[in-house]
Design a protein around this ligand. Sequence first.
Ligand code: GLY
Ligand code: MN
Ligand code: MN
Length: 452
Amino acid sequence: MRSMTEDYTDRNPELAGLYGAHVAAVCERHDRALANAGAAHAVVFAGCPKTVFLDDRQYPFRANAHFLGWAPLPNLPLSYIVYTPGEKPRLIYYLPRDYWHAVPDEPAGYWTPEFDVCVVHDVDQVPALLPEARDKCILIGEIDDPAHAFDIERINPAAAINILHFARGVKSEYELACMRLASRRGALGHVAAEAAFRNGQSGFDIHRAYCRAVSQSDNELPYDNIIALNANSAVLHYTELDREPPQSLRSFLIDAGAQVHGYASDITRTYSYDDARFAELVQRMDAAQLDIVSRVRAGVDYRELHVETHRILAGVLADAGFVRGDPDTLLATGVTSAFFPHGLGHLLGIQVHDVGGFMENESGTTIDPPSGHPFLRLTRRLEEDMVLTVEPGIYVIDMLLDKLRGADAENHVNWDEVDWLRPFGGVRIEDNVRVTADGCENLTRDAFAAMV
Ligand code: GLY
Ligand code: MN
Ligand code: MN
């Protein structure tokens, strides 16, 4: 099996070398956010685990993304970062004394020198470590229990949050290094998953092969794996993990990522089992996807690229015999939207659908998706060092195709050919790219190419 040796730990020397500048950038955006909100201190809450109704189990903990933006600590509930401009950020590190559960390790790793780390064993120790003037604080995070706010009244004020969200769209060198690692980790899983598919394994077992290859459990993955065989590939978020393989294998669509220090990859590949025509369609979609990727550069309006993608996919659909007509007609009549009903892509980072994709500026003004394209999540003009996905797809989704019937659009569809495609479901190819001044760095293709 192909493999790579990577250092995902918080001793990774490359990350150690980049982390200080990252924290400086995070401080700088908090300086501006605090000034705009008229506040003196930011208190960033990691979050609190949620308990299942009438039960003593807890849902998997997901740290506040703003907390993760400061420090690579996805499993440190009830902790806080306190930032006062000009001072070293303080990390209130909650290390409970608990003999029922494993507790976090003692603080160690490349991130520790950047903080005044204060270990607390009891939440009662937190208030003394917060700024005394609570009325000069803002709290960033999800507060379900008012006790966790310690009398801070200004929670997630828009005047600060908009600045933080807009800034998160552009990644630091440290974040880019984490995301390259996350892509390479995801690529390992994809190669293992393809092998499991070719071995005739079930969706569930393909998923297990994936998790083993990336060495992450379901709860550590950045999103639920989409492992779709045959017609299930047309269900955009097929997360069922079927326990039995289908009787006959035709196609495999896998949309799965990995996470490194809180940063995600989000990768989709589609495979033909042994059908030459479907393999050719996958190849055409791959070429179309690379064509779209080649148009990514700073300054591009992603709304325009999304609409241009419809024209490009009109060409793919026509060449493959599923539709007839010129691209503009196929777009205007809604034919391309029936086959490609989601957005071209989205910002990627700590969150798989990272914040800020609709923001026009840091004041909170937003940009709507183009009319007729409500699912596009990235309407913002592209800037250097943004990371985003490029994920065109075509699918046979009858509830959408049926709407074409009885209208002009019906005559543009070769329904017999669509019947042929239906048992294969669809094709999606998704890469993660970093925007540069004159193009982009393709994290995903680089990751696959780096495998030996
Ligand atoms: N994996 C979810 C997405 O591609 O947006
Ligand atoms: Mn995806
Ligand atoms: Mn995606």
